[in-house]
Design a protein around this ligand. Structure first.
Ligand SMILES: [Cu+2]
Length: 222
């Protein structure tokens, strides 16, 4: 979870998040280099006393400043697409559905004769304030899990920042994402699409547990 005055990403808890963080750092290098180059060019043009009077057109220059960004974009495209496909092309063992409501989430494990269970903001003062819920959705540690998100009223967004997953919950539409956790524990998130008055009070609380505990959790849902 996030700590006080944290500005960067939360600590990584999944292999996909590791890849995404590496990609982010790589992208930041590219962005900063471009920015420095552009600022240098603007400064140079503005403060230089010299102008090239006879430069009306230059095919070579045109080709150069068209191809250079294309090559740069290719260097961004390939790692980006690789991670995108790694995120999508998985074989999840467990699927649960996260339904957004005004203003709580409800969960249902699919392929299991279970009820949909509502997950409200925890009333007691134990746990983290405005992050804990009265029902935590359970997943198996280190097992690829699929989340289907949808909504019954307005658009919500289901997210766990320390797994770097976020998916809009849109009424009449089912979105899908996959993740697995590195370590057992409790993961927190908050609704990430403004959905009305109590948008701030519908947190997401996920508990990653071992298989044996998860089976107990599953039977408790029936
Ligand atoms: Cu919301």
């Amino acid at each position: 979870m996030s700590s006080f005055l944290e500005v960067g990403f939360q600590n990584s808890n999944s292999s996909l998040m590791d890849l995404l963080m590496i990609f982010h750092d790589y992208l930041m290098v590219v962005v900063v280099v471009i920015m420095i180059m552009i600022i240098y060019m603007i400064a140079y043009i503005n403060w230089s006393k010299f102008t090239y009077l006879h430069l009306k057109e230059s095919q070579g220059l045109e080709i150069l400043w068209t191809l250079l960004p294309v090559v740069l974009l290719l260097f961004i495209l390939f790692p980006s697409m690789k991670i995108l496909y790694l995120m999508e092309e998985t074989n999840p063992l467990v699927t649960f559905k996260a339904m957004g409501h005004q203003w709580f989430w409800s969960y249902e494990v699919l392929n299991n004769d279970s009820y949909e269970t509502d997950s409200f903001l925890a009333q007691n003062t134990q746990g983290f304030r405005q992050l804990d819920t009265d029902f935590r959705v359970g997943v198996i540690n280190q097992v690829m899990t699929r989340v289907l998100t949808s909504s019954t009223d307005v658009i919500h967004s289901w997210t766990i920042p320390s797994l770097m997953v976020k998916s809009d919950a849109i009424p009449g539409r089912i979105n899908q994402m996959n993740f697995s956790t590195y370590r057992a524990g409790v993961y927190y998130g908050q609704c990430s699409e403004i959905c009305g008055a109590n948008h701030s009070f519908m947190p997401i609380c996920l508990e990653s547990i071992s298989v044996s505990y998860w089976l107990k959790y599953l039977s408790s849902l029936k």
